[in-house]
Design a protein around this ligand. Structure first.
Ligand code: PLP
Length: 430
């Protein structure tokens, strides 16, 4: 495949945009080659400016569960655009989307819309701190909750370490209130509680972690986490920005029996437009301005075009929940094929699937936390990624990301992908 135009476009972008990209992972730093510059998407495919076509398993990092250019979503966006782009005033479409979300999540009585997942989590944390009157929060190593200061905390090596900032510009005074525990390890959480006599406002977790590859939390672990939070009057936040409407219609909450106190959403609820949301029981949400004292706001929050896209997407999903069975079957077919390809050249691989989310690691042991993730063969992944891209398969450009199946991806496309995996791995191992 030729990438000449993309390479030139990347050089141009570099001159005026740091690293040439508006979000670091897009720069392909963890893999070989430079990023294709995308001209358009259609159904399951992406087309770059050199005219190359790819089967897209990234889907804008999750939002596009119906693939690109879905006719219904497109029509609702165009209809909304014709009425104006933004009003900064209440619209009925916000209430309609809120009603859909509330109807699908038992844990949510009220929801507020923002413009990104980062904003959703940042606001949820502020609300949890405001509602409990406590400063400390607890997150898990390897879980990503957006790039707000309190949550941008480096993975600590030990259990229950107080967080240190992972980026210059984040004051240590802020992250000292962020405690770190190990995913799927309840003892590390117990230690955090024991070390915090002043209390913990909230525990935030990706119940299906998707930002260290795909690493689901054990049911027992989530139950123990719920019990610990109850015992300490600490709020449990499920960050379902990625898993919401992806793992199932109810996100992770359609899979686990554990109910969180608060939920953050994003990605699919905007269908590709910038939307995030956070919700909780009515008494918690009543703490939020203007009902309560905890301030939170946004010029473009609940933007009507974004709401229209999200509403169409969620109604389509609700009308046909069997979609998740189909997506799950395709995801399983894909990872089973990838595993067979890896077996054929004696390369160890572990895989997992949750609804339309799939993950694979070049690793020979089960992956349950970030330390396990770090043991996967990242050099091999980088080569694999390049070989797949050259064969028209667009995978996430990091082994710390999750893959996504859209309704536009067919069984034949999965077969094509598996064939490409056989060829790529054979070439690498030759
Ligand atoms: N939370 C989770 C679980 C995410 O996966 C992400 C983004 O990938 C975020 C929060 C941040 O969302 P955004 O990138 O829309 O700010």
């Amino acid at each position: 495949m030729a990438y000449d135009k993309s390479i030139a476009a990347f050089e141009e972008a570099y001159k005026v945009i740091p690293g040439g990209v508006d979000s670091p992972v897009r720069a392909f730093s963890g893999v070989e080659g430079t990023p294709p510059f995308i001209e358009r998407g259609e159904g399951a495919y992406l087309f770059d400016i050199d005219g190359n076509r790819y089967i897209d398993y990234v889907q804008s990092w999750g939002p596009l569960i119906f693939g690109h250019t879905d006719a219904d979503i497109e029509a609702s966006v165009i209809d909304s655009v014709k009425k104006g782009l933004s009003f900064g005033a209440p619209t009925t479409v916000e209430t309609e989307l809120a009603e859909e979300i509330v109807s699908m999540f038992d844990s949510i009585d009220k929801v507020r819309f923002v413009s990104s997942g980062t904003e959703a989590v940042m606001s949820a944390i502020r609300l949890a701190r405001g509602a409990t009157g406590r400063d400390n929060i607890l997150k898990f190593t390897g879980c990503y909750h957006g790039h707000s200061d309190s949550l941008l905390v480096q993975a600590g090596s030990g259990l229950a370490t107080f967080g240190t900032p992972s980026s210059p510009g984040v004051p240590a005074d802020l992250t000292k209130h962020t405690l770190l525990a190990t995913y799927n390890d309840i003892e590390s959480v117990e230690k955090c509680f024991a070390d915090s006599p002043e209390g913990i406002a909230c525990v935030i977790i990706e119940p299906i972690a998707g930002n260290m590859g795909l690493v689901p939390a054990d049911e027992t672990f989530l139950q123990q986490l719920r019990a610990l939070c109850d015992a300490h009057d600490t709020l449990l936040i499920f960050d379902e920005v990625m898993s919401g409407f992806r793992a199932s219609l109810k996100g992770a909450q359609g899979i686990t029996t554990v109910k969180p106190d608060m939920v953050t959403l994003g990605k699919v609820i905007g269908a590709g437009m910038p939307v995030g949301a956070f919700g909780a029981r009515a008494e918690i949400m009543a703490q939020l301005s203007p009902e309560g004292p905890v301030y939170q706001a946004g010029t473009l929050s609940g933007n009507p075009v974004a709401m229209a896209a999200g509403l169409t997407s969620l109604r389509k999903l609700k009308a046909n929940p069997a979609i998740y069975v189909e997506l799950g079957n395709r995801a399983k077919k894909l990872v089973e094929g990838l595993k067979r390809a890896a077996d054929s050249v004696n390369v160890p691989m572990v895989t997992d699937v949750r609804g339309s989310m799939f993950g694979f690691f070049f690793s020979d042991k089960p992956v349950r936390n970030f330390a396990d993730v770090m043991e996967n063969d990242q050099k091999l992944f980088a080569k694999f990624h390049k070989g797949m891209l050259d064969r028209g398969i667009y995978l996430a450009c990091s082994s710390f990301e999750t893959g996504f199946i859209s309704t536009a991806i067919t069984d034949e496309m999965i077969d094509e992908t598996v064939k490409a995996a056989y060829e790529t791995l054979k070439e690498i191992k030759a």
